[in-house]
Design a protein around this ligand. Structure first.
Ligand code: SF4
Ligand code: SF4
Length: 349
């Protein structure tokens, strides 16, 4: 039974423990960034991920014009912007992306510009150089597997793993900041430790989570959470034992993974403007999105807890888990009776 819904309009910047490469907590940090979204929702994607789906180009030129107009208005009205994040189906498949990035750079001056892309088109080294010269300062690339079979099994696209690896190689060569993300699905769950060790061998920081449950078709690919409870803890521990990479657990509750020494992140507040293109009556009437504090928020980004959470020692500082998973009976909170330290000893109950 749903008792509360996390407030997505609260600051998403949660305090977290910074730890050293041996997994020892060193200091608590809070990083607050004002992120403005440029969303190329009319861009193409030639992947066909199990939780998403392939897309062709729509009215991309109008889409680009509208997003630049919105950014210009944000700058003119003094919106605080630390980072511009360019995303969409796949912005990297838009050949004129370097021009768009140049225009963003002209509008925002020196702030960071981040590109979220499957990375396949970054296999073209010249394209990477053009993007970096235009102003991209960070790349975010998802990896779903440690082999072609596992990664391409999630993207349902032969060759996607090889091209994303080539893309990452070019980004590394260009010396630009890059972050990898891993989303856990039924298709890669059995290989979770191998996948995390693989990505940890490539970068110093990885974000791990599960996909938003936005489309009903994804239900068949939802991981087995009962199995995941033990699996995720041992996979994270395996990476910590290697001591090469920091794992950030994104939007995952503490009842899903041994919290001792782990770093949790909650992103309850989407980048500004990320879902503005859904401010249409048919979307608002469909129940798929909600308007909160005059911002469009898709329901799949909301968090819920259940009555059982009242018994959990983390109840006071846990947002719960995605509402859509809980409402469809795909995730059941599992109250933790007492908090333990890194040695497994209780610290409070
Ligand atoms: S790469 Fe991104 S946009 Fe493309 S199918 Fe996968 S999740 Fe969707
Ligand atoms: S049982 Fe509820 S309060 Fe406890 S960690 Fe899980 S979701 Fe959070």
């Amino acid at each position: 039974m749903k008792l509360s819904v996390g407030d997505p309009m609260r600051c998403s910047c949660q305090p977290s423990m910074e730890e050293d490469m041996n997994g020892r907590a060193t200091r608590e940090v809070i990083i607050c960034q004002a992120v403005h979204a440029i969303v190329l929702h009319d861009s193409r994607c030639t992947n066909n991920c199990v939780f998403c789906g392939t897309r062709d180009f729509g009215a991309i030129k109008e889409n680009v014009r509208a997003e630049l107009k919105r950014l210009r208005a944000a700058v003119e009205t003094g919106e605080k912007i630390d980072v511009v994040e360019i995303s969409g189906n796949d912005p990297g498949e838009y050949a004129e992306l370097p021009t768009l990035v140049s225009n963003v750079r002209l509008l925002v001056g020196t702030c960071a510009i981040r590109l979220a892309s499957h990375g396949k088109t970054l296999a073209d080294e010249e394209f990477v150089h053009r993007l970096v010269d235009a102003g991209i300062t960070e790349f975010i690339i998802p990896f779903y597997g440690h082999t072609s079979r596992v990664h391409d099994g999630v993207t349902r696209t032969p060759g996607s793993f090889v091209n994303s690896i080539l893309g990452l190689t070019n980004v590394v060569k260009a010396g630009v900041r890059h972050t990898l993300t891993v989303l856990i699905t039924k298709e890669n769950q059995a290989y979770l430790t191998e996948v995390l060790l693989f990505v940890a061998s490539l970068v110093s920081e990885v974000s791990v989570g599960v996909p938003y449950l936005g489309t009903p078709g994804f239900r068949d690919s939802v991981p087995d959470f009962d199995m995941l409870r033990g699996q995720l803890s041992s996979a994270v521990q395996a990476v910590r034992d290697e001591g090469r990479c920091i794992i950030r657990l994104r939007n995952l509750p503490r009842c899903l993974v041994n919290p001792a020494g782990a770093i949790f992140e909650e992103s309850r507040e989407p980048p500004v403007g990320a879902y503005e293109h859904w401010r249409r009556s048919q979307m608002l009437n469909s129940g798929f999105v909600e308007i909160l504090n005059d911002r469009v928020i898709p329901r799949y980004r909301l968090f819920s807890k259940t009555r059982e959470c009242k018994q959990c020692c983390y109840e006071g500082n846990c947002a719960g888990f995605f509402t859509t998973y809980i409402d469809h009976g795909l995730f059941k909170p599992n109250p933790v009776s007492s908090e333990t330290n890194a040695d497994g000893a209780p610290v409070r109950g």
